[in-house]
Ligand binder design. Sequence first.
Ligand code: F6R
Length: 608
Amino acid sequence: MCGIIGYIGNKPATPVLVQGLRRLEYRGYDSSGVALLQDGAITRVRSVGKIDNLAEKLKGQEFSATSGIAHTRWATHGGVTEENAHPHAALGGKLVLVHNGIMENYREIKEELQKEGVECVSQTDTEVLAHLIGKYYAGNLRSAVQKALERVHGTYGIVAMHLDEPERLVAARMGSPIVVGGQEDEYYIASDATPILPYTKKVIFLADGEIADVSRNGIEICTLTNKPVEKKVEELDWDENQAQLQGFPHFMLKEIFDQPQVFQDAIRGRYDLADGTARLGGLNMNEEQMRSINRVIFIACGTASYAGMVGKYAFERLAGIPAEVDVASEFRYRDPIIDDKTLVFVISQSGETADTLAALREAKRKGAFVRGIVNVVGSTIAREAEGGTYIHAGPELAVASTKAYTNMVAVMMLYALQFGRARRVSHATGVRLLEAMREIPEKMKQILAEVDTIKAMAEKYKDYQDMLFLGRGINYPVALEGSLKLKEISYIHSEAYPGGEMKHGAIALLSPDFPVLAIMTKNSLYDKMRSNIEEVKARGAKIILVATVGDERAKELSDDVIFVPPTMELLEPLINTIALQLFAYHVAVLLGKDVDRPRNLAKSVTVE
Ligand code: F6R
């Protein structure tokens, strides 16, 4: 959600902070601000709307500051106004604070502070926290932050700065990520690694309850009770270029086109073709433990949960283990029945999704094997899972997830194969699956080459108010994902149904104004889906089909067809989903929507 960047070093801080904010834009925000320390004062500049507005305000002002903090805000407490934008100030402007997260007990503390004469000028919980730190300030910012945070209930990732201690930035984390990095005499603090990447790949991820005391001489980590903590420095394997548009008009399109490349990164070195099996070292289970598993649960939110549904099909088919998918926000409150024979895969691009993290902790508490399938290296879910695998999709900056989805599916296929080979899958089947996986990047390129056809189709359908997506079997999650992509970036209402379920209700919606997009590729359920399409046709609805190249029947049945190359049925989501990503993208662009930053959405949902 909100984003933080802080800098202390020897360069002018303003460009570092503004560039950092731009690199955080992908997380979603509605206002932004910076605080700069120079000439015996802290200057705050804040603005609602785009970072460009803030940059415009900063233009022409002479800032020589070499330290400062900055923030992109996504309104929670109080409207989108300049007063509510961060950094917030206390002690007459001598102390400033940026904060991600929610302080649950801010009302009580605000009342207490007001009785003591403090005046709040914003409606935010963050300003209350700034004043609370101010209350405890007695010449040592770290200790004031520690004392204040001991009283805070809720989540926070913060950075504070005080005029009287110009050589110091103090950061802390509870439930909302903080990353620190740097070298020699300049250091960076941020809410994720993206704004730090241009300067260093060596970073430290704070854990909950930890404080980073950062100066030009280095980073000291301690706990809220001031116990020193030894931290591992992690090396990020992300390429700085991956976080650039590279000539694409939007990150979403670039990330869709990244898929053939990053898919290879997801599977490289993780299978053995000769043995027809996968070898995912991060599983951390011996053969006996693998054989003891009698249930697999995939836990995730949104797109990651649809990737999990593909994983369910793969596990059942290859490994013969009953598998289910649970949406993390449901799982965590349902008192789920799990035991030490249950394997839980927690799937997350960001590795920070609050519900998914809470579900992971619940599964661990109940004794399950918990493994992560995560993109962001060093993220909380990656650290708290007892093993697992990075999906190597590289930075995903568009809010709508695309390449992370395909790489999650890739990794789950490998896990399903690894379990399958330990249980019941033949060598020949294993080899066939791996060979088919190796062909996927070329097939992805074939569907990407259809971009102009798909764009023309988007033009034709962009003005409809509703759309129904249909899929069956392994393509049902594809329909769900296609529908989610369309609604989240174009704001067109859409729903997804399993083909066979349509006649139990959704069919009542169909009319010439309600187009249907169905996945009818040549697989074991082809005839079943074809019957569903006949039912749709009889209701006069327009039909778009995703069909296998050469399927003449599909042309006759539909108004438009997106032809996709054939592949093994289990692997179809890796191809078919791309067609739907491109469709949603072009509809949204043609409607003039902010594709990379859709309204009301954030890239990393670190609050419940
Ligand atoms: C949709 C989308 C979201 C995320 C969901 C989980 O395009 O991006 O539905 O998939 O918020 O996020 P992660 O994977 O970071 O846990």
